[in-house]
Design a protein around this ligand. Structure first.
Ligand code: B16
Ligand code: MG
Length: 226
């Protein structure tokens, strides 16, 4: 584990760390799965967390043994339809939808001159940050459409550190999904897992919720693990 004093930047996942969009993703995919005749299950809903839009569609089709039933064009149409529904569902999001502790944590990062970046698989993240009134904290956002591979591949976190002009070991990544923790670890950054510590056991540090996360609590946990 690196020394907390060497940390210069924080790279955030969006869904499950800053706000909860998974319920809206879930609703929109559920509707599409029903239309395609694929049985919707909790395992399927959980498996889609952190996964890109097209990879999510492939996962749903595989769950219904329909992976070979559609052309690329049809798949692109299905994904666009899901996204239209999703955009309608997130229309009413406001700063009340920010997870607890996040605004104070971001303020503290700014006050201590840490660099901040967003590493979300979501192409809709700039819209969501605007709705949450958090865009000012994120001058740097990794564009997921420019990436070759989605999480768990480390590419998105490698790119995040590059955009911040930092070495990976100077960065902390924060994630709520196992695929995301794998991506942070693969990038050579320090990983914080938010949520179930067993599910996220590969994280360097765990917090059960965003409420418990602060610069002080991170420093304390990093010291214990050294
Ligand atoms: P979009 P994250 C991810 O966000 C979601 O967890 C995942 O369910 C979604 O499919 C993905 O973004 C792509 O989202 O369709 O809006 O481009 O956890 O990486 O912030
Ligand atoms: Mg997430």
């Amino acid at each position: 584990m690196v020394n907390f004093k060497d940390i210069k930047g924080f790279i955030f996942d969006l869904d499950g760390v800053i706000t909860l969009t998974s319920k809206y993703h879930g609703q929109a995919w559920h509707q599409l799965a029903d239309e395609l005749g694929v049985k919707w299950t909790k395992a399927l809903a959980d498996g889609l967390k952190g996964i890109s839009r097209m990879d999510s569609l492939e996962m749903i089709l595989r769950a219904g043994n329909k992976e070979n039933d559609f052309t690329e064009e049809e798949k692109i149409r299905f994904a666009a339809k899901k996204n239209d529904n999703y955009l309608k569902l997130i229309e009413k999001m406001t700063d009340a939808d920010i997870l607890p502790g996040i605004p104070a944590f971001l303020e503290d990062l700014v006050a201590h001159n840490y660099k901040i970046c967003l590493a979300s698989a979501s192409k809709n993240s700039p819209i969501i940050l605007e709705k949450l009134d958090l865009a000012k904290y994120f001058p740097t956002i990794v564009d997921p459409s420019k990436l070759k591979k989605g999480k768990p591949d480390p590419e998105i976190y490698v790119r995040g550190a590059e955009l911040l002009n930092l070495k990976p070991e100077e960065c902390i990544g924060i994630e709520d999904a196992a695929a995301g923790i794998q991506a942070i670890n693969g990038a050579g950054e320090t990983s914080i897992g938010i949520g179930d510590a067993n599910e996220l056991r590969d994280a360097d540090i765990n917090f059960s919720s965003t409420t418990d996360m602060s610069l002080e609590s991170i420093e304390a946990k990093m010291k214990v693990n050294r």
